[in-house]
Design a protein around this ligand. Structure first.
Ligand code: ASP
Length: 576
């Protein structure tokens, strides 16, 4: 290569040396007859100066933004007054410039990247990706993959790839379907996760498996969701829940150490699903700050305030002093999340004003004592059926976090486990029981007897979520390895034997051929990287993402296809 080094590798040691660099012109300025260029490659940017009498001048004069150039010159310190630290302490005095390629004028200024409409950035993603922020994000991603691989390889995990064209897998989202040309009228489903395959690999005796797996879920999109995304998928045999969690903790700590030079304190705290919901109103509580709810159901029971007197659950959250406008906004959040309203009180001396104050005179001292609310501080209440009340107040808690930047006082990364999820969940829409994680999750051994009884809603699963800063970054479970328990599980969720056979017959067969006890987990790898890089969306850590309507604006996918192509796969598009 003609290039003597990457730009970012230059420093003190190269002073006064002749260097040859190749990259893109990120800026050109003409000043007093001189041409100043900024030359950028993936490792950094350096200033280049071309003097009017230099043999390089004529060629340098052709350079415009995003042209590709080769520059040879002397690497030297800039005049004292112009030094700005790091590479900006130096410049290259060009002796030779070669235009390697021209570029059209870019549709947006790359150094304004953050403020450019996202649709434009996505349409010209290859230009957007030239921005140092994006390059850093993808390099961080690559480093994280390396860290994961080195750790899991050393721990005896084996990488196996599982199919993309397969049958529906059980994660409960809508499938993407692919028509089969060779089997007209039949479809593959793209995997929502490799769940069944990784369990089959345990049955096959591989003992420990991992894969950076592409998963596909046809769901409504959000900042932390894409239709195709990456999971770090893992499974282990002959383990119990604690064994899985222990390896995961060391793995995550290793990744943070290697990639960010951050030490995560181990072990991660564990909280049951019930406690997480009861105290923070979320199964992925943001624990960078506390603000737990206080239960005041008993205090209001049978009291003056009719709306709370007979409510099954009354929870209260302490907030700083709030304006009427802020309270209205928080009430909107509560209502959006299923509450009928948001009752409130402002502490004034040893009593309260505003909101529902005229109903709480008698219990004011207890309310102050139990919540610890400060002078001028606000109490925010949600009441009703337990899950509804805590969920609504949980959303208010997060709105308060955003309003007052409550997380800023805590650790940069807070990691915890949420454990003991319910095995079954009652689905109000279909009025039936369904699985909470997926149908292969094992219940706590002591709870198996509750299958089919009135108390089956109380069954705890051996399921766990890894939570960071209010995001679920991973989830998994110990699996059912006993065909009889599996049959009970299907029965509980109203899956007839035929239905189960039709969907997962191959898997149920396999379970009967000597299945080891096993369990595993999958990390939402994009989401983790989003948090590690401080980005606001997973699109910032994916090279070629879809927008929030599921479209790839650059490649223009999805797109209509020719009738002949449809005919080949036996599909007809119905007009609207
Ligand atoms: N397949 C599960 C998921 O995608 C993860 C697991 O249970 O290992 O959520």
């Amino acid at each position: 290569m003609k290039r003597t080094s990457l730009i970012g590798q230059l420093g003190q040691a190269q002073q006064q040396q002749t260097v040859t660099l190749q990259g893109w012109v990120s800026r050109r300025r003409d000043l007093g007859g001189l041409i100043f260029l900024e030359l950028r490659d993936r490792s950094g940017t350096v200033q280049v100066q071309v003097e009017p009498d230099s043999p390089a001048f004529a060629e340098a004069d052709r350079l415009r933004a995003e042209y590709v150039a080769e520059i040879e010159g002397t690497f030297q310190p800039r005049p004292e007054s112009q030094r700005k630290g790091g590479l900006a302490d130096f410049e290259v005095i060009a002796s030779r410039v070669k235009v390697l390629n021209a570029a059209k004028t870019p549709p947006f200024e790359l150094d304004k990247g953050e403020s450019v409409a996202e649709d434009i950035r996505l349409k010209y993603r290859y230009l957007d990706l030239r921005r140092p922020e994006m390059q850093r994000a993808l390099m961080l991603r690559s480093k994280a993959v390396t860290a994961v691989t080195e750790f899991l390889d050393a721990e005896g995990f084996i990488q196996v790839e599982t199919p993309m064209l397969t049958k529906s897998t059980p994660e409960g989202a809508r499938d993407f379907l692919v028509p089969s040309r060779l089997n007209p009228g039949e479809f593959y489903a793209l995997p929502q996760s490799p769940q069944l395959f990784k369990q089959l690999l345990m049955i096959a005796g591989f003992d420990r498996y991992y894969q950076l797996a592409r998963c596909f879920r046809d769901e409504d999109l959000r900042a932390d969701r894409q239709p195709d995304f990456t999971q770090l998928d893992m499974e282990m045999s002959f383990v119990e829940q604690d064994d899985v969690l222990e390896v995961q903790e060391r793995l995550l700590a290793h990744v943070f150490r290697r990639v960010l030079d951050v030490e995560l304190p181990l072990p991660f705290p564990r909280m049951s699903y019930f406690d997480a919901m009861d105290r923070y109103g979320s199964d992925k509580p943001d624990l960078r700050f506390d603000s737990a709810f206080t239960d005041v159901t008993g205090l209001f029971r049978g009291g003056e305030f009719a709306a709370f007197a007979s409510a099954p659950s009354v929870k209260v959250l302490v907030a700083p002093e709030l304006t009427r406008k802020q309270i209205d906004e928080l009430e909107r959040v509560a209502k959006q999340n299923g509450a009928g309203g948001l009752a409130w009180l402002r502490r004034d001396g040893e009593g309260f004003t505003g909101g529902i104050s005229k109903f709480v005179g008698g219990i004011a001292p207890q309310l102050i004592e139990q919540t610890g609310v400060a002078q001028g501080g606000t109490l925010l209440f949600a009441a009703g059926e337990w899950k509804k009340a805590v969920t609504a107040l949980g959303a208010v808690r997060l709105a308060l976090r955003d309003l007052f930047d409550l997380a800023a006082g805590g650790p940069q990364f807070h990691v915890s486990w949420v454990v003991d999820f319910p095995q079954l969940e009652f689905d109000e829409d279909s009025q039936s029981w369904t699985y909470m994680h997926h149908p292969f999750t094992a219940p706590h051994p002591g709870d198996v007897a509750l299958f089919g009884t009135e108390r089956q809603g109380e069954m705890r699963a051996q399921a766990y979520d890894l939570v960071m800063n209010g995001f679920e970054i991973g989830g998994g479970s110990v699996r059912i390895h006993d065909p009889e328990v599996q049959a009970k599980m299907f029965q509980a969720i109203g899956f007839s034997e035929e239905a189960a056979r039709e969907k997962f017959g191959f898997f149920l067969d396999a379970l009967e051929y000597g299945t080891p006890p096993h369990g595993g987990i999958a990390w939402g790898f994009d989401r983790l990287l989003m948090l590690m890089s401080g980005a606001g969306s997973i699109r910032e850590v994916i090279a070629f993402p879809k927008n929030n309507r599921g479209a790839d604006l650059m490649a223009q996918a999805p797109s209509p296809v020719e009738d002949a192509q449809l005919a080949e796969v036996g599909v007809q598009v119905r007009g609207e």
